[in-house]
Design a protein around this ligand. Structure first.
Ligand code: SIN
Length: 314
């Protein structure tokens, strides 16, 4: 019997939720010990679909952590609130005293030198309606750029910074000297504007409106104009999938190929989630790793680019 004839030990099913991004994973119970085959299928599905949704997973914090650990080491968020007794669990709670803040397109922790591979988010308590999370396919967004823009940004790097957390640190009463100490611990990284995915070789936009500051070596106007254009790509519904949370839903996304946005439309209702974040590696750009050209898709962001007066849209 060859490897390919061997009986599958996994019962995993994959149900795509849009043409390129998002799949619902069935036939798996995250409260149990998962087989190597099951983990391999989930990893494959993550690479193919970029964000996975698991429904009806009534799991504990330990099971949440155990699931994420199958994909790498876990990190501790230096600025966010951890769940008591569980440093690796970032507890995000919003209510009438604390409106949602995650409503900006971003990839997690790009202010780290080695930003996250992926995040596993678990809903503990959701609003009666609203509080969805949207995900955007950064490969499709890159593929849809006109060649003139690709030529400008391929191989460029940009500076990332955790500015938005500094506001929180000041609110917590940290002095400027203390904040400067934190800055020493997390010096600004310079990441490729277009990132080669280390496992698929595909190119994706890797700047985000939450943490990217400017493109290196470019005058400020051009850097701003290009960054705005790149940020806008995440906002096209054609590149997105939208997760409507239900009790016991888990989302697992690849921070190297998607950006996400938590809709903050549920105020003053309560929304409580817990995020476990998997350590990643230093982003790089290597055009030679890119797989063969994909067939062109008709929308690919061109309508908006034309409206803005870009002449070189294919
Ligand atoms: C996050 O931005 O990591 C949290 C997303 C969410 O709360 O849906």
């Amino acid at each position: 019997m060859t490897m390919t004839d061997a009986p599958r030990t996994s019962t995993v099913t994959i149900e795509p939720q849009s043409p390129t991004i998002g799949a619902e994973v069935g036939g798996v119970d995250l409260s149990t010990e998962l087989s190597a085959d099951t983990i391999a299928e989930i990893r494959r599905a993550l690479l193919d679909w970029k964000v996975l949704f698991f429904r009806d997973q009534d799991i504990t914090t330990e099971q949440h952590l155990a699931f994420a650990r199958h994909f790498g080491d876990l990190e501790v968020h230096p600025f966010g609130a951890s769940k008591p007794g569980h440093d690796e669990v970032l507890a995000i709670t919003h209510d009438e005293n604390s409106p949602g803040l995650e409503n900006g397109w971003h990839s997690d922790v790009t202010w780290r030198q080695e930003p996250s591979l992926g995040s596993v988010l678990r809903l503990l308590e959701g609003p009666a309606i609203g509080g969805d999370t949207l995900f955007a396919d950064m490969y499709a967004a890159y593929d849809g750029l006109p060649d003139s823009i690709k030529e400008r940004v391929d191989g460029a790097t940009a500076r990332h910074d955790f500015t938005r957390f500094k506001i929180g640190l000041r609110k917590q009463g940290k002095t400027e000297a203390e904040i400067a100490e934190v800055e020493k611990q997390f010096p600004n990284p310079h990441h490729p504007v277009i990132r080669t995915h280390p496992e698929t070789g595909r190119k994706g936009i890797y700047v985000n409106s939450a943490f990217t500051k400017e493109i290196d070596g470019m005058d400020a106007d051009e850097s701003d104009r290009l960054l705005q254009l790149l940020y806008t790509q995440a906002s096209y519904p054609e590149y997105q999938v939208r997760l409507i949370w239900q009790p016991n839903t888990i989302a697992f996304w690849d921070n190297r190929s998607v950006q996400h946005y938590a809709a903050s439309d549920y105020y003053p209702q309560v929304r409580r989630v817990e995020r476990v974040t998997i350590v990643g590696d230093a982003p790089y750009y290597d055009a030679s790793q890119a797989p063969a050209e994909l067939p062109p898709r008709p929308f690919m962001g061109q309508i908006e680019l034309r409206r803005k007066g870009y002449k070189h849209v294919r």
